[in-house]
Design a protein around this ligand. Structure first.
Ligand code: ADP
Ligand code: MG
Length: 332
């Protein structure tokens, strides 16, 4: 309840910061951690950036490496569940490659992430409300790579060129995209896995490829009120963004350069849209990237947005960490 009051008072954008643990390799190499979690409970994070200087950042939540998938979902779920009340919702994970974006959104079979838990919870609530509502839930899984959209649930994801079309006022869609109906909890994991394994198709290095593309899960909810026959359609986007790290100078040519420019452009476009929304600007530049164009009706208006800014605790990643925290501060 408190959560919703806070939300009313502060608009519709939340930022949660999550820091992964030091990896085994980092521990072995003796890398120090530069993150101070003393005030994490108050949403504060300290970054020790050399000597005795500490830079402080404030977010709606701060997760330490000890917080698990259950802790994270507990805070995200009220916002996610408002999709059942007809709101459009968008959640995305931002950060350098290797900081846990995929861990937070997708998770692993043993430690399932926000995507799985969201669908599981939607089914649970739909079931509890089944005397007054019927819900139809379907999902699409897309990838945006070099400003091209690929349907990860299509039989052959690479064959079709997909475009965004305006179907009617306030409603966009991608004609020809697969919308897989999900009927119960037991189907969720396999649909999500099908999408995620299709990311690898046509690329020689799966991890590299997925860190350079945006992976977007769209959950479409159609609700019918059995009392008055009213129907609502709402959308929930769950986005695992491309890595935000800057390109090493040595890589700055050819395909790598083109990929990096596209990532840079789309992440800046996202930042621009969110900060234009936050300052109530009259022009919101949704059309500057495929990413923001797809998310148009789930960013702004009365829709709800949650951003996970993912960081590494290691001193080696200090510059990227500061740059991610600054990005997240700008949108908040
Ligand atoms: P990204 O998608 O941002 O590139 P990953 O999600 O692939 O990063 O995470 C990198 C590695 O760190 C993976 O092995 C992942 O399992 C691990 N990891 C990330 N976040 C956590 C966490 N909160 N707790 C435990 N392990 C984590
Ligand atoms: Mg990833």
């Amino acid at each position: 309840k408190l959560y919703n009051e806070v939300q009313e008072a502060k608009g519709n954008i939340r930022v949660f910061c999550r820091c992964r643990p030091l990896s085994k390799a980092e521990v072995t190499a003796g890398h120090e951690t530069v993150v101070d979690f003393d005030a994490a409970k108050d949403g504060e994070l300290g970054i020790l950036s050399g000597g005795s200087t500490k830079k402080t950042f404030k977010f709606d939540r701060v997760y330490t490496p000890k917080d698990d998938q259950v802790d994270v979902f507990a805070d995200a779920s009220p916002m996610v569940m408002s999709v059942l009340d007809g709101y459009n919702v968008c959640i995305f994970a931002y950060g350098q490659t290797g900081t846990g974006k995929t861990f937070t959104m997708e998770g692993t079979e043993q430690n399932r992430g926000v995507n799985y838990r969201t669908l599981e919870e939607l089914f649970k609530i739909a079931d509890e409300r089944s005397e007054t509502f019927t819900y139809n839930i379907s999902v699409s899984v897309l990838e945006v790579y070099n400003e091209q959209i690929r349907d990860l649930l299509a039989a052959s994801p690479t064959s079709k060129k997909l475009e965004i079309k305006q179907a009617s006022e306030g409603f966009h869609h991608v004609p020809g995209i697969v919308e897989a109906k999900v009927e119960n909890t037991s189907q969720i994991w396999s649909v999500l896995q099908a999408g995620s394994s299709a990311r690898a198709v046509g690329s020689n290095n799966v991890n590299e490829h997925s860190s350079r593309s945006h992976c977007m899960l769209c959950i479409m909810v159609r609700a019918k009120n059995l009392m008055n026959g009213e129907c609502t359609n709402s959308k929930l986007w769950l986005v695992d963004l491309a890595g935000s790290e800057r390109l090493a100078k040595t890589d700055a040519q050819g395909d790598r350069l083109k990929e990096a420019q596209n990532i840079n452009r789309s992440l800046s476009a996202l930042g621009d849209v969110i900060s234009a929304l936050a300052t109530k600007s009259s022009h919101i530049p949704y059309r500057n990237s495929k990413l923001t164009h797809l998310l148009q009706h789930s960013l702004g208006g009365d829709s709800k947005t949650l951003m996970f800014v993912q960081i590494s605790p290691s001193e080696q990643d200090l510059n990227e960490t500061l740059s991610s925290l600054n990005f997240a501060t700008r949108v908040r």
